[in-house]
Design a protein around this ligand. Structure first.
Ligand code: C2E
Ligand code: CA
Ligand code: CA
Length: 752
């Protein structure tokens, strides 16, 4: 029943506009009304000027020419035109006020616009107020109160002047308010529009009514009370006009005051009702013929519907643009602003606090491990968590906070008291985590200059947060000089990768791999080095993680593949002894480029026998996008390449991985060898891994072999290949070749 009622009531409610407008809708409608008042007052000004000129030509000039008349010029000047003047001043103040309002609204002109411009509407409205006192002059023309016809006419004039006076007053107050508080109040806009409309209606009713009857009376002869008073030069004064004046004024008001439909309906019903009743109830009611009545009512209905439909249209436009405006400012998920808006606002703020900048800081907030929460609790719960978290951020940091992306948030706030706020945020994390391990990581950085790049600063705060990623007890990290150096280096890497590849700053070093049985050289691993003119020697640790982070790693890897192919080709061509090279594939290589194709094309281009290159894929690669990885591996396998699992045992999905993927060689992570002597259990583990690999048909290689004891043990338990500083560090190709030549390495005949 309830929902049935709602289904009927809701459309009616919407049609009538019986719901609260949002403040956006209110201001949108107000602006639209003001824009309309601009057009309308412009029309009125034109019409009034025309009417005044016409009045002069018809009345003033003939009277002036009439010798011996005693009327003063001023009197003649305003004679019969004073109501037009009244409208002229009212429309002029409306027009200038509307222009002022609209210009201030438009951001484009705002800065050039000064409040002084309010002077113009102020002057007009003061003139309007003063001029409204000419009402007392009009009294002269008042008709005897006894006839209803006269009463309507007199009341029309009284109300016209009264509303004009109030309108002038309301505009003056409006301007005063605006000056005092520096903003406009919507109530004054509405009041101004209503008073202006009321003026029009008073005028329309008065003129329309008197007209209607004077037309009628003039045909058959005016009744005696009316005759003498309203005629000028022997002509009935209002004869030329008609009820059209009323209709014009009502239409005008209908268009001007598009407010809630029920208000439009009530207003128009009221006005049409009063006017209709006046016409109808007059002793001469037979004039209001049935045909006219039908037209009258049709006109009323059409006008009402037009007003309502304009309203509906404006509201739907308002909603649309509100939506757009909302999207431009707010995050899609949480009640926070979006990042773009934040950047703009912080930029604005910085300009206003050049001396106090040091008191403030950028704040980057990351919820570490949030992915686990999402996985365990489900996406919906995850969203709820983020919204709740965002609310807290908004509460703590106010407007200058935003969601940057995913579970990353940013804020800009005073440095003082920050720790307490972060603590409060952390409490929320702990209480909302449902026992899961979530960790807050916050990076902060102070602004340096008024016109700095906000993105860079946020990036630095992000970087600071990243530095405490693995330090459980740390929540806040402040960006310092040391970080700045590292950060600069990172930026440098990102910005100079292409150049480094092009100018051959990127080199391949080869680390020997030997058979455990005879320690003869059976291969080597290609490891990237960046020898930079500015930073000198860079290890993969300096650039690989950065390049992965910014998703540029594939460029480096493609370059390394090619360098290796070239080296192999040269050695083969020169008839030098050659061993297979294993290449490191980043997980991202498969996502960022068609890695298989890039790799195989190079093999093809340099005519490298497939046995001479091995593909290394690290265990951590097996965490994501498994389908893609699986299909790439299948292709490589099918095409005859040997695939090696790098860093086996460094992560936690190891054993599972062996079930789902096939690898030719297992590279056992060097972690197993740390504290080798002190921890006998590591021997047991290594032994077990080797046995396991044998059982599932995979060959083995242990990385990071540094001591003879380690090597001997590994040989003993049957690990096939060994790699580590004991046998050699990564070397440039020339050094490696030299070492082969001078017998340090003996190249094995067997390479598989
Ligand atoms: P990784 O693939 O596990 O390479 C082995 C790393 O261990 C190399 O470090 C090597 O120098 C080091 N190492 C070898 N033997 C020993 C030893 O006995 N003791 C110790 N302490 N370390 C040893 P490097 O060259 O710094 O490379 C680090 C990582 O960077 C590599 O680990 C690999 O994941 C990545 N990487 C290197 N070059 C490339 C590349 O061209 N492409 C990609 N995607 N990653 C690369
Ligand atoms: Ca490797
Ligand atoms: Ca490794």
């Amino acid at each position: 029943m309830n929902s049935f009622f709602k289904r009927i009531w809701n459309p009616i409610r919407n049609f009538l506009g019986l719901r609260r407008h949002t403040s956006y809708e209110r201001s949108y409608l107000n602006t639209a009304n003001i824009r309309m008042s601009l057009y309308m007052s412009f029309i009125i000004i034109t019409v009034e000027i025309w009417m005044i000129i016409r009045g002069m030509v018809e009345n003033v000039i003939p009277t002036m020419n009439n010798a011996g008349n005693t009327t003063s010029f001023m009197e003649l000047f305003f004679m019969n035109t004073s109501q037009y003047w009244l409208f002229l001043f009212a429309a002029a103040s409306m027009l200038t006020l509307a222009i002022n309002f609209l210009v201030e609204k438009s951001a484009k002109f705002k800065e050039k616009w000064h409040t002084k411009k309010m002077i113009v509407p102020l002057v007009f409205s003061i003139i309007l107020i003063i001029f409204s006192f000419s009402f007392f002059n009009e009294l002269k023309y008042f008709k005897a109160w006894d006839l209803r016809y006269n009463r309507v006419s007199n009341l029309g004039v009284i109300f016209l002047y009264l509303f004009a006076f109030l309108l002038g007053l309301s505009i003056v107050i409006h301007i005063w308010y605006n000056n005092k508080y520096g903003k406009k109040h919507i109530a004054f806009s509405i009041l101004t529009l209503i008073l202006f409309s009321a003026m029009c209606l008073a005028f329309g009713v008065k003129v329309g009514y008197t007209d209607f009857f004077s037309r009628f009376y003039s045909g058959t002869g005016l009744p005696k009370e009316v005759k003498g008073e309203v005629s000028v030069g022997g002509l009935p004064l209002y004869e030329i006009k008609s009820i059209i004046c009323f209709l014009t004024m009502v239409t005008y008001v209908g268009a001007l005051l598009i407010w809630k439909p029920y208000i439009s309906i009530l207003m128009l019903t009221f006005v049409f009702g009063i006017f209709g009743a006046l016409l109808n109830g007059d002793p001469a009611n037979r004039v209001f013929a049935d045909g006219d009545k039908i037209n009258y009512i049709t006109f009323y209905i059409s006008l009402t519907i037009i007003a309502v439909s304009i309203y509906q249209q404006r509201i739907s436009e308002a909603k649309k643009s509100e939506n757009l405006e909302y999207r431009a400012k707010y995050d899609t998920l949480t009640p926070l602003h979006n990042y773009g808006y934040y950047v703009g606002k912080v930029g604005d703020l910085l300009k206003t606090i050049p001396d106090k900048m040091d008191d403030y800081c950028y704040i980057f907030i990351n919820i570490q491990n949030f992915k686990t929460y999402n996985d365990q609790m489900g996406f919906e719960e995850g969203t709820k968590f983020l919204i709740n978290f965002a609310k807290k951020i908004k509460e703590l940091f106010g407007k200058l906070s935003a969601r940057e992306a995913d579970d990353h948030f940013v804020a800009f706030d005073k440095r003082e008291g920050l720790e307490e706020k972060i603590n409060e945020l952390n409490q929320l994390i702990i209480s909302d985590a449902h026992g899961l391990y979530l960790n807050l990581k916050v990076g902060i950085v102070k602004p340096i200059s008024v016109d700095e790049d906000i993105n860079t600063s946020v990036d630095r705060a992000r970087y600071a947060a990243l530095t405490i990623k693995n330090i459980y007890s740390s929540i806040i990290a402040e960006y310092d000089d040391r970080m700045h150096d590292i950060y600069k280096k990172k930026q440098y890497v990102v910005n100079h990768l292409d150049e480094a590849i092009e100018k051959n700053y990127i080199k391949v070093y080869y680390q020997p791999v030997v058979w455990s049985s005879d320690r003869k050289l059976c291969g080597c691993e290609a490891l990237a080095r960046w020898i930079d003119p500015k930073y000198g020697f860079l290890s993969p640790g300096d650039f690989i993680p950065v390049l992965e982070e910014v998703k540029l790693i594939h460029k480096l890897d493609a370059a390394i593949f090619e360098l290796v192919c070239k080296d192999l080709r040269n050695s083969l061509d020169a008839g030098k002894p050659v061993v297979p090279v294993s290449l490191n594939f980043s997980r991202l290589d498969f996502e960022l480029m068609d890695a298989v194709k890039v790799f195989e094309d190079l093999i093809e281009k340099y005519q490298i026998p497939k046995d001479y290159v091995h593909v290394e894929i690290t265990e951590s690669a097996l965490n994501s996008n498994l389908e893609l990885l699986q299909s790439c591996m299948d292709k490589l396998s099918k095409d005859g390449f040997s695939i090696w699992l790098d860093d086996f045992g460094s992560g936690y999905s190891s054993l599972n991985v062996l079930k789902d993927f096939h690898f030719d060689v297992l590279k056992i992570d060097m972690k197993f060898l740390t504290n080798f002597e002190k921890k006998p259990v590591s021997k047991v583990i290594l032994d077990a891994i080797i046995k396991l690999s044998e059982k599932i048909g995979m060959l083995t290689l242990t990385e990071g072999v540094e001591t003879q004891a380690q090597a001997d043990f590994l040989s003993e338990i049957g690990c096939g290949r060994l790699q580590g500083y004991l046998f050699g560090k990564p070397l440039p190709i020339e050094t490696l070749e030299e070492d082969i030549k001078n017998g340090k390495y003996i190249v094995s005949d067997e390479i598989i």
